[in-house]
Design a protein around this ligand. Structure first.
Ligand code: PLP
Length: 413
């Protein structure tokens, strides 16, 4: 594969030299990444050695329009050249337009007014939702329920809602009152709920757990039971939202009758610009009052302009339909590959289950990367695909065929 001139300019040093510099300068929270990326265009990225990859992870379900989409570049450039940052002592047309747009997008059928809190990331969106939960019922409702295998983020409140012990235990004590119940178990939910529960947090599909859907009917039961107990239903759509499922929100697709109290968003929302949102309706939209929450950057004009451009482009380019059609066709193809046990998820968020005989998913992912495809292994038996919605049929088909080769070689080895 060729070395594009721009990549050569941007990366004076080769991949290995950059990695050495990274290891010396950056805290070791991620290990040292294998690739130093220098350029992206559409669904493709290039590393510092000039190698080209098809990006089937999109910055972990973020770059829904791909890399350097002209509409996003133009919106961000124009906004930054007009008004970049103002703090929340002021507001801007971009912020207000985005708030109105998100209220309608997340709660198209809500009977009550909806409101948004704009933040900068998924974990911050969940921190806002955590505070809303605390404000709901106050001291009379000290308990908050979350699901086993849930991932809600890494800041202390969101971390308290995240199930994985290895993430939580080094940082205890965390904010109290959170209890984990088995995912998808309606009886367990019924048993755990009571008048002292403030909220239930649920991902409509558990992304970090390996793209694991909940059983059909669970969200409906969760709505019914939380309403009966007077608790809030908070859906974390940070990974599943903003069209990745083929609908604007995964819960619109998976449980069309369910209206949650709060929905959290981030990842795809800014198409690569950092932004998060907690969108609430009804009573939950009124619970945070003056002085009770804040952020310097949240809702800044540039991030807001990016999110508006993402929504506009998804509409104009018909990308919800694209995510559904490509996702369905690709999943059917991948299911037929020997060594693949199942393909979970919807739209362009897919977990590809691997047979024991092909070895750990991390090794399969590393081999796919060698052959020019970026995916990741959220579990030892699963590859995650969360590509840009603009991914071409040719790139999707090429992946299927390379995956088939890699799995066949590994099964034979
Ligand atoms: C990624 C993710 C988060 C955390 O988002 P950050 O932007 O990394 O803080 C929270 N919830 C879910 C479901 C996620 O997938």
């Amino acid at each position: 594969m060729s070395t594009p001139a721009t990549a050569a300019t941007a990366a004076a040093d080769p991949n290995e030299t950059w990695r050495t510099r990274y290891a010396a300068a950056v805290m070791n929270t991620f290990g040292t990444p294998a690739r130093v990326l220098v350029r992206g265009s559409g669904a493709h990225v290039w590393d510092a050695d000039g190698n080209e990859y098809v990006d089937l992870l999109a910055g972990i379900a973020v770059n829904c329009l791909g890399h350097a989409h002209p509409a996003l570049v133009a919106a961000v450039t124009e906004q930054l050249g007009t008004l970049g940052h103002i703090s929340n002592l002021f507001t801007s047309p971009a912020q207000i337009r985005l708030a109105e747009t998100l209220d309608a997008l997340v709660f198209p059928s809500a009977l009550q007014a909806s409101r948004v809190f704009l933040a900068n990331s998924g974990t911050e969106a969940n921190e806002a939702a955590f505070k809303i939960a605390r404000r709901h019922g106050g001291a009379a409702r000290p308990r908050i329920l979350a699901l086993e295998d849930a991932f809600h983020g890494r800041t202390m409140g969101a971390l308290a809602l995240t199930h994985k012990a290895a993430y939580r235990e080094p940082f205890e004590p965390l904010p109290g009152g959170v209890e984990f119940i088995p995912a998808g178990d309606v009886d367990a939910l019924r048993a755990a709920l009571g008048p002292d529960v403030a909220a239930l947090f649920v991902e409509p599909i558990q992304g970090e757990a390996g793209v694991r859907p909940l059983p059909a009917g669970y969200l409906e039961a969760a709505r019914e039971l939380t309403t009966a107990a007077g608790a809030l239903l908070i859906l974390d759509e940070v990974q599943t939202g903003m069209g990745r499922s083929g609908a604007w929100m995964a819960h619109h697709l998976l449980a069309p009758g369910v209206v949650p109290d709060v929905v959290t968003l981030a990842k795809g929302l800014g198409g690569g610009m950092p932004i998060g949102a907690a969108v609430a309706t009804g009573e939950a939209a009124q619970l945070l009052g003056p002085g009770q929450h804040g952020t310097t950057f949240g809702g800044n004009p540039v991030a807001a302009a990016a999110a508006l451009a993402v929504i506009d482009t998804i509409n104009k380019e018909g990308l919800l339909k694209r995510a559904t059609e490509l996702g369905d066709r690709w999943a059917a193809q991948l299911t037929a590959v020997p060594g693949v046990t199942e393909v979970r998820g919807v739209g362009l968020l897919r977990g590809v289950g691997l047979d024991d005989g092909v070895g750990p998913a991390a090794e399969v992912a590393a081999e796919l990367e060698q052959r020019g495809f970026i995916v990741n292994p959220p579990r030892p038996d699963t590859l995650r695909l969360a590509p840009p919605f603009i991914l071409s049929d040719a790139d999707a088909d090429a992946f299927t065929s390379v995956l088939a080769d890699v799995l066949a070689e590994r099964a034979a080895a």
